[in-house]
Design a protein around this ligand. Structure first.
Ligand SMILES: C[S@@+](CC[C@H](N)C(=O)[O-])C[C@H]1O[C@@H](n2cnc3c(N)ncnc32)[C@H](O)[C@@H]1O
Length: 477
């Protein structure tokens, strides 16, 4: 029917979980299904077959040839990270809800997830909601309008969909991150280009300009920039001009500028692997969330849509409060910078709140933030959750509620067994990947934890992502 690497043109006629459009091809043995990532019903697309199975194939989107009648024009530039930008938000949400509940039915083996469904929570801001954006430089430019590839270019923007070497210039705001900054970005690109230093060449692993990462505090309405370069030709990098330009364009909105030199040729030039100098202003920005303030350094995890995260956290904390007892012990596992534990501490008179995360810097931030917010009875530990639980048997059967907020991969099977062995009466499990949460749900149900409530949060409008908050109750305690 189709073979691997074949390029096909198909009409998308349905939607499957994870932002995959679905096209059906008729054959004598019945329908053959093509899943095309990042597509939407009604689109006519060109795609490449990536994996071929007996009755279906998984395909990578190459190009949208015709827009869906559901899509509406907007004055923003489409980027590969936001494939549903032009689909009205209500339609995106309707598809996300339906396809996500299907995941709990199929993977989690919950016969009727709709019956447990509590709330679909929308993001308060549909556009310009992100507080962090990373832009790449490349000397290989892809021009979306013509499909042309230009070598020896100076491109600054986002990677071309499905490639790691080509960058599409960002010429107008993406609709996702700060509008003022993205409006001046083309002019900033011209300034950097004028220094006569090259943009990074990903296949050759050489060049000067590598990435720009920008953090935003909505509370301060300020931006913290981070420019990552190599050291080759550094004398020509006129940092004074960079500072002058950004000060003039952004005024008081400019919180600070960092410059990191990283000569490591690995594709992702990490900020923490290089030598960083503060060129101007403050080293961090401070964000407020539900009345608490959080200092955000460049590399610690912090929710990317803070206004929507307030709604997510409020819901999760409501669930914790439904069952918390005065003086009880609450665990915040995979706690990051300790936001959830601190918000719980504000509302619950807990005897002890324990936060655990594997990233030491995040735990340092958590401790500092708890102090800044004058919160007591909070204890943070930098450790792997599984190892922490093995080393602390004293918590067995002493816990009311455990909050879990693991990364996309979900909870490792052995760690999940240790979590269940703690014997908490309730689990509040936040997930940025309902597929792994549904998988863990099956294990939890087998281990005596019943899924009782489920809410979805549309943290990332225009993308296929969705966050879920699930509550589990221990049976027969
Ligand atoms: C989705 S984030 C949680 C964020 C946090 N709850 C918040 O609201 O800011 C997942 C966290 O899991 C941590 N993590 C990943 N694997 C871990 C492990 N094995 N043990 C402990 N923490 C882990 C990461 O460092 C990250 O901070």
């Amino acid at each position: 029917m189709v073979h691997r690497n074949q390029v096909i043109e198909v009409k998308i006629d349905d939607f499957a979980f994870g932002g995959q459009g679905l096209a059906r091809m008729k054959s004598e043995e019945g329908d053959f299904i093509l899943f095309v990532e990042n597509t939407f019903p009604g689109q006519f697309v060109r795609a490449r077959v990536d994996k071929k199975r007996k009755r279906h194939a998984e395909c990578k989107l190459l190009e949208v040839l015709e827009r869906s009648p559901l899509e509406k024009a907007l004055p923003y530039q489409e980027i590969s990270g936001a494939p549903y930008l032009f689909v009205p938000i209500e339609i995106q949400q309707e598809y996300k809800k339906k396809s996500t509940l299907d995941v709990y039915r199929k993977i989690g083996r919950i016969p009727d997830p709709g019956a447990l469904f509590d709330q679909f929570i929308s993001s308060p801001e549909v556009f310009f909601y992100r507080n962090k954006m990373e832009y790449s430089f490349s000397s290989i430019e892809h021009v979306p309008e013509t499909g042309e590839e230009i070598d020896d270019a100076f491109a600054l923007g986002f990677k071309r969909r499905g490639t790691w070497w080509k960058v599409e210039n960002l010429n107008k705001p993406s609709g996702l991150f700060d509008e003022q900054w993205e409006t001046i970005l083309p002019e900033f690109r011209d300034l950097l280009k004028s220094f006569g230093l090259s943009a990074w060449h990903p296949p050759r692993k050489e060049g000067f300009f590598r990435h720009i990462v920008v953090r935003k505090s909505f509370d301060q309405d300020q931006l913290l920039l981070h420019i990552v370069t190599s050291s080759v030709g550094i004398k020509k990098f006129d940092t004074k001009k960079v500072v002058e330009f950004l000060k003039e364009k952004l005024g008081n909105r400019l919180a600070g500028i960092w410059h990191t030199i990283n000569d490591n040729v690995a594709d992702r030039a990490k900020i923490e692997n290089g030598t960083s100098t503060l060129l101007f202003g403050e080293s961090v920005v401070v964000e407020k969330m539900l009345g608490l303030s959080f200092e955000i350094s460049m590399e610690s995890f912090f929710q990317t849509n803070p206004k929507s995260a307030e709604r997510l956290y409020t819901k999760a904390i409501d669930y914790v409060c439904d069952h918390a007892k005065d003086g009880g012990v609450i665990m915040d596992l995979f706690c990051g910078t300790g936001t959830i534990g601190q918000l719980v501490a504000q509302r619950v008179n807990a005897g002890e709140i324990i936060g655990v995360d594997i990233v030491e810097e995040a735990i340092e931030d958590a401790k500092r933030n708890a102090k800044r917010n004058k919160l007591e009875h909070l204890h943070f530990f930098a450790a792997d959750v599984g190892k922490f639980l093995s080393l602390h048997p004293e918590y067995l059967n002493r816990i009311d509620t455990i909050v879990l907020d693991p990364p996309r991969a979900g909870i490792a099977p052995k760690t999940l067994q240790k979590v269940m062995a703690l014997g908490a009466s309730h689990l509040v499990y936040i997930s940025c990947n309902p597929s792994t949460q549904a998988r863990d749900t099956e294990t939890l149900e087998q281990g005596g934890y019943k899924l009782t409530k489920l809410s979805l949060v549309d943290q990332f409008p225009h993308t296929s992502h969705i966050e879920a908050i699930a509550v589990y109750e221990k049976l027969n305690r």
